[in-house]
Every structure is written in structure tokens, then in C-alpha cells.
Design a protein around this ligand. Sequence first.
Ligand code: 5GP
Length: 197
Amino acid sequence: MGDVSKGRLIIISGPSGAGKSTVVRRLLETCEIPLQLSVSATTRKARTGEVDGVDYYFLDQSEFDRRRERGEFLECKEVFGLGYWYGTLRQQVATGLAEGRWVILEIDVAGAIDILDEEQLDPITIFIHTGGVESLEDRLRGRQTESEEVIAARLRTAKNEMKSMHRYQYQVINDSVDRAVAEICQYLEEYRETRAC
Ligand code: 5GP
């Protein structure tokens, strides 16, 4: 994957509805660490307001499969068992790390475990959750972007993902976005300081 030794990889996972994207967006805006979000590819359709190349690279299944065969993904998964694929593009990660950036992957637990088991990238791993699944259901419904089938699939996946929380170095409860962002940022800064000595 080229010279990736300058930067660091950060994997952030957590159940759908736990507010990961909001926390990550705020981290990028406020934390002093040179963070970069890796933009994944997906075969799901763009939601209103989502921009191709910013939120995701929206690909059709054949293009996704072609890239997969070419080995362009560091990992890829069909995330909710509904036929939609998501994948981390190696190029995104390699370029960011070579530039000395701390590259954030916001990916599901199965993809994270593949990277932990198969790649020598020594990532910092963070799991963001809400403490229980009840509040997730409220948040997913509150978004008003998903059908009942999608909400049910996301809740099923959430329950499974919570069981793998222990695989992550750091677990953060997102009871308040400000607090969760401050906690993660402080953790990353302390990490940088201990590594610098
Ligand atoms: P959404 O459809 O709400 O944007 O994302 C659904 C889930 O897909 C998120 O919980 C996120 O963690 C996961 N995800 C997004 N990109 C990737 C990726 O590149 N790889 C994997 N394995 N999961 C991803």
C-alpha cells in the first residue's frame, strides 16, 4: 500500500442511528489532529442532499464488482443484508496516510474486523454507541429517511454490532455530541503525545 507509515488509521464503528456521522463531521471541524475522512463507495442510492464524491462514491453494482475484482477495496461488505454494498477504497487510505494524515474510516464492524485480522495497519479503533438499542430506534425513525424494512434491518445489525464492541480499543457513549467529540479528540491528542516521546 506504499509508504503509509507517516499517518495513522482510525476506525470508527457503531450502530446505525448512534450519531457517528455527526460526531465525525464535528471532529473534522474542531480537532487539532490532521484528520481526513475516507470517502467510501456504496451501491445504495443517494439520499436527498447527499453528494457523489463527498458523502460516498455512488456506484452501480457492476462498477462496484469491477473495482472489487481489481482489488481496489481495502475491505467491502454488504452491510445490512439488503443487497447494498459498501467498501473502503485503498487509494483514499493510502494517499491520506502517505501525506501524514489521520485517516478516519467510518465502517461497519464486519469490515473493521477484516482490517484488524488481515491488514498490518495498526489502527486506532473507536466504537460509538448510545448505551442501548431503544434510543437507536427513536433516532432512526426521527430521521424519516428509511422504510420499516430498512429500520428493522438496521436494528438487527445494531444488536449484533453491540456484541463486538469489545474488539475496539475505545468505546464512547454519544449522549451529547459535544461531549463525545471532546472525549474522542482528547483521546487522539493524548495518543499523539504518547507516541511522540
Ligand atoms: P448509511 O447507509 O447510513 O450511510 O451507512 C450505513 C452503514 O454502512 C454505516 O453504519 C457505516 O458504518 C457502514 N459503512 C459505510 N461505509 C462503509 C465501508 O466502506 N465499509 C463498510 N464495511 N461499512 C461501511
